[in-house]
Design a binder for this molecule. Sequence first.
Ligand SMILES: Cc1ncc(COP(=O)(O)O)c(C=O)c1O
Length: 356
Amino acid sequence: MAAAVAVRTRRLESGRVGHVGPRRLIGPAVPPPPRAKRPRLEQLEKEKALELRKKHVAPSLGLHYAAVKPIKVAYGRGQYLYDEWDEPYLDCINNVTHVGHCHPKVVAAGVEQMSKLVHSPGTKMADSYTQQLLSTFPDNMGHVFYVTSGTEANDLALMIAETVTGHSEIIVIDGAYHGHSKPLVGLSSYKMKEKDDSGISPNPHAWIASNPDPFRGKYADPATAGTQYAGEVKEMIDSMEKEGKKLACYVCESFPGCAGQVKLPEGYFKAVFDHVHRAGGLCVIDEVQTGFGRGGEFFWIFQSQGVKPDIVTVGKPMGNGHPVAAVVTTKEIARDFLAKRPDLQMNTRVTWCLWR
Ligand SMILES: Cc1ncc(COP(=O)(O)O)c(C=O)c1O
């Protein structure tokens, strides 16, 4: 559940909630829907809801503000979450609802689609959306695999890389997070560096390169940090080849998040891509967290490094909260993968692909 900051409010004589907080800075709260229309479950008392949650929900789902005042989020509108008393809270960290909670256009599109057809691969995605999505990518990208989460997208990207190259080894950076499936937890040193009691081991094919952080990392000269960090990737490739192993792919976020919100040094991806391609590997860029314009000037942050990845994974804000994600790749890679594994092009929910 997203964390939130309470907006100071006062109850007006009419019973309506009015803001006394920084309205001009954060904009007006969108009016809540009439109470009677709320689902019955949302009318559970907070204490009862907390009790049920403690009893039945896995504790891995952390409770925000547990010690102070947990918020029972009943619904969201725009940048606000509301509790069961229509009290608004400014949602400060939600990194999924890109255009705000329940944006009217998103809701209308969802209602329209659900009233036409829900489960049959293709429909709208096969035409206008895919074309629009591909138009934001470099011209080498011509194929989209739709999936339902960032984890699923990264899993598929690994499978594509391993299948297409016939190689097994994977280079990731220190502090990375790429998803919660077993192979991805094993690659994400943010979650796990060494074997722990959980029984999940680090991915035996993972090679962990330094986090290319030009501020806190070991190379700080902006003129050389990019090539120095990339040089470590090259040394890693040389070491694995000495052991008779071959690189399937290099996987990295274009603005590493869990690794510290790192702005990559100039020239880093360019130099890494050269080393990886010379070794016969593919370059996979994870834009699950950062994509869809979050980099400001660039729609995809990898564009700021002037490179063309082989595979890009996208997700989180893609559906504004709906479970949609994708693997975007070149026509050649997709064709090669599908020729070798024709059985792997579908999942139950959404998967459709279009050549450009
Ligand atoms: C960079 C990155 N990749 C992949 C994922 C996994 O995405 P999902 O939670 O949709 O499976 C996340 C999730 O936080 C992420 O931040």
